[in-house]
Design a protein around this ligand. Structure first.
Ligand SMILES: [Zn+2]
Length: 460
């Protein structure tokens, strides 16, 4: 335990130092890490051994970062059919593995693992970003996220008043959220911009400023400049923006001095590609990621499905870490209730975890009380219980019984899944664009251990 803590502390110090390193030094760190993880994956992970062999690639050929492009790109769809035995490194003891899952939002949920060490590294990476903004170890975080199946990270140092966190399900009614804020008195509020905006809309500005908050942290949705301005002006505190993905944890964080996100380049190799070629600064492309520290289940050249713009290494703050802008992924529509209020569309994204036996689905709202659910069950699952569960959950989200027309499919037509809008409404307008991988971040601390823990909120 102490060895682990010591290592974490060392890593934290390392990250504090390397954020100021030159591009050249960062590239050296990356190449060293890359050689290690690629060799490890080839020796220990059947999926990569096969992938490399089929592409005629051997780890010895990796002499520069450019050589990485000899390895084929993987994504959720490519990895999902493989079993844990194929994807997880043979030399990782089972007790070190934490099972996780991405949302079903892109149509291909992926069950994967990270090691305990990797989980701790996520916390350290997050704290580098927060501390750059002046967040203190004694600040108390209240995070609105999916807490349904959550294994909440409580550590012994939380009891000493350090890095305290309270998790509340983002789908709690607004009155309940306000009640919990008043009771817990956090200094930092974290959640989707839509959740933060909702809180803003329900309290007069004077009250907002008396909450004792020092920061807002936005994640899970693309934050547009309009929403940012609104939130900062109403709360009168700074807003810190994060970009991450379930598979990787925190990938990029907002520069304290400039409106851009710094990539965690010591932890990952980022490629921003268009037609397979890296784009120049100022251009946009799709982000492909290689994790340099996830040895338990490596992710090498993994496509998230998000579009970003590269801004370059010369940030006015002096940090050497490259900067990006996250652009739109796909959109989701507003779901409108009978009384005109909106149901949070993320609740519909979570149905994948609530309805068992489900492979893929799509929800279409026809009118305030009529829905159409298109779904593909897992092989061999009977569909009656699945439909009942859909009905139950959607009634619950809407707050009244709705009529649902079900359409069972063998599969969504090929090509459709890539562009599939998971939550669609014929009466609601599209809202903030949500990058598919960011959306998955709602599960960041969610480790599926069943219904073990209730949300912090409902515990009272
Ligand atoms: Zn900067």
């Amino acid at each position: 335990m102490f060895f682990r803590l010591f290592n974490l502390y060392r890593h934290y110090r390392f990250l504090l130092r390397t954020q100021w390193a030159t591009e050249k030094t960062l590239r050296q760190i990356q190449l060293r890490g890359l050689k290690q993880i690629v060799r490890h994956a080839y020796q220990q992970v059947p999926y990569y051994r096969r992938l490399f062999d089929e592409a005629g690639f051997h780890p010895d050929q990796l002499q520069s970062l450019d050589d990485l492009r000899r390895i084929p790109i993987s994504d959720k769809a490519a990895m999902a059919p493989y079993s844990r035995k194929d994807l997880v490194s043979a030399n990782t003891p089972a007790r070190e593995l934490l099972p996780l899952s991405t949302a079903g939002s892109t149509g291909h949920p992926l069950n994967f693992c990270i090691s305990r060490d990797a989980k701790f590294l996520r916390v350290v990476t997050e704290w580098r970003a927060l501390s750059a903004h002046g967040v203190r170890w004694t600040d108390k975080v209240l995070a609105f996220r999916n807490t349904r199946h959550v294994y909440r990270d409580q550590f012994w140092f939380n009891r000493l008043g350090l890095m305290r966190r309270v998790f509340v399900h983002f789908g709690e009614p607004i009155e309940r959220k306000l009640e919990i804020i008043a009771r817990e008195r956090p200094t930092l509020l974290q959640g989707y911009p839509s959740v933060l905006l909702d809180i803003m809309n329900h309290l007069p500005e004077q009250k907002l400023r008396r909450l004792g908050l020092r920061y807002l942290v936005s994640c899970g949705e693309v934050l547009d400049s309009h929403a940012r301005r609104l939130l900062e002006e109403s709360f009168q505190i700074p807003l810190i923006n994060h970009y991450g993905a379930m598979e990787f944890g925190y990938l990029a964080w907002q520069c304290p001095e400039f409106d851009a996100l710094h990539l965690n380049e010591e932890m990952f190799v980022f490629e921003i590609l268009r037609n397979g070629r890296p784009v120049a600064d100022g251009e946009e492309g799709e982000i492909v990621i290689t994790s340099l520290h996830q040895f338990a289940m490596p992710f090498i050249r993994y496509r998230l499905g998000d579009r970003v713009r590269v801004l370059g290494h010369h940030c006015p703050c002096g940090r050497g870490l490259n900067t990006i802008d996250v652009l739109m992924g796909r959109t989701t529509d507003r779901i409108i209730r009978r009384d005109g209020s909106e149901a949070n569309p993320h609740l519909f994204h979570l149905l994948y975890h609530e309805v068992s036996g489900l492979f893929q689905y799509q929800i279409i709202q026809r009118s305030p009380d009529r829905f159409r659910v298109r779904f593909v069950p897992l092989p061999g699952r009977e569909t009656d219980s699945l439909k009942r569960r859909f009905q139950e959950k959607i009634d619950q989200i809407m707050g009244y019984p709705v009529a649902i027309e079900f359409e069972k499919l063998d599969q969504f037509t090929p090509g459709e899944t890539g562009k599939l809008k998971l939550v669609q409404s014929e009466i609601g307008q599209p809202i903030t664009a949500i990058a598919p991988s960011i959306r998955d971040q709602v599960f960041l601390d969610t480790i599926t251990l069943g219904e073990k823990a209730e949300s912090a909120g409902s515990k009272g």
